[in-house]
Design a binder for this molecule. Structure first.
Ligand SMILES: [Fe+2]
Length: 298
């Protein structure tokens, strides 16, 4: 070990300790972490009071987290970290476009099965009708048949069913299976953007930075088919006023959806009033291992 003479020696000693990590990947991570952390502290000349504040913030992030809320994940999103990790690990390791996006906190396992063309509105949910037609394909554009597709989205007032006592259980959620051409389709109501929970540490950060807490309107999907990496995607409405200022940095050009607002009567559904919306979308899956994420809520 080293007896420290000057401030630079601390970094040398800490890096040497990190180098003794047995597991090679953990060693790589810890060496880089200490190198960047020490560099960051030198860059901003972190004060003793600020280090105490930082520790208090980390403790508070943990205390605010529970089975139904994860302030740490919210902070990772609010710093752009979650989006960066997603983009680096998909699309040929960040070299090409990817349909992968963030899972978010509201995916639930075991959404009710719905036949193609069916409706996922399970209780009176006032708002303009939305008709979604979609295809699931591989990187070469070939259809993927028999894929399981979970969809979920917020209501026309910006609440997921689990946040809203007005909505039935599993409202605006459904599980579809793609047909021989890789297609699935359903009817719902048009979602709107919504604010992320801003009562905690993340909320204070947003205020300090003059940032609004909104995510633009989006449709979530999780697509499962053995032989393919599970596709976790979000498709965004380009007409949303916050499309270029997502509080979670999730919007990429690839994920801008072909949402269309229609003023004319719907061609087949007689009960639909104008305006109504349509979305036609193609989801592209990459080959890989099909591993489901852990559901963030029950
Ligand atoms: Fe969402």
């Amino acid at each position: 070990m080293t007896i420290i003479e000057r401030e630079q020696d601390v970094t040398v000693a800490a890096l040497a300790a990190m180098e003794r990590t047995s597991d090679p990947r953990l060693r790589e991570i810890m060496v880089a972490l200490v190198r960047h952390l020490h560099g960051f502290i030198r860059d901003v000349r972190l004060t003793e009071a600020e280090l105490r504040d930082a520790a208090a913030i980390l403790v508070e992030l943990g205390k605010l987290s529970s089975d139904t809320h994860n302030e740490v994940v919210l902070m990772a999103g609010s710093l752009g970290v979650s989006s960066l990790v997603c983009l680096l690990n998909n699309g040929d390791q960040g070299n090409t476009d990817t349909d992968q996006s963030l899972l978010g906190p509201f995916w639930r396992l075991n959404s009710p099965r719905v036949a193609n063309g069916g409706c996922i509105v399970r209780s009176a949910t006032p708002g303009p009708a939305l008709f979604v037609t979609a295809r699931v394909v591989d990187k070469a554009g070939r259809p993927i048949a028999g894929a399981e597709v979970d969809v979920w989205h917020a209501s026309p007032v910006g609440l997921y069913e689990n946040q809203d006592s007005e909505q039935a259980d599993m409202d605006l959620r459904g599980k579809f299976e793609t047909d021989a051409e890789g297609r699935f389709s359903f009817r719902s109501v048009m979602m709107v953007g919504y604010p992320i929970p801003a009562e905690g540490v993340v909320g204070r950060l947003l205020i300090a930075q003059n940032r609004h807490p909104y995510r633009p309107a989006h449709l979530h999907a999780l697509i499962f088919k053995p032989g393919y990496k599970v596709l976790i995607s979000q498709v965004y409405d380009p007409a949303d006023p916050n499309i270029d200022s997502d509080a979670q940095f999730g919007v990429t050009r690839t994920l801008l959806g072909n949402f269309v607002r229609h003023r004319e009567p719907h061609p087949t559904a007689r009960d639909v009033d104008a305006p109504w919306y349509s979305l036609d979308h193609v989801y592209r899956m990459e080959a890989g291992e099909a591993v489901l994420p852990r559901p963030p809520i029950k």
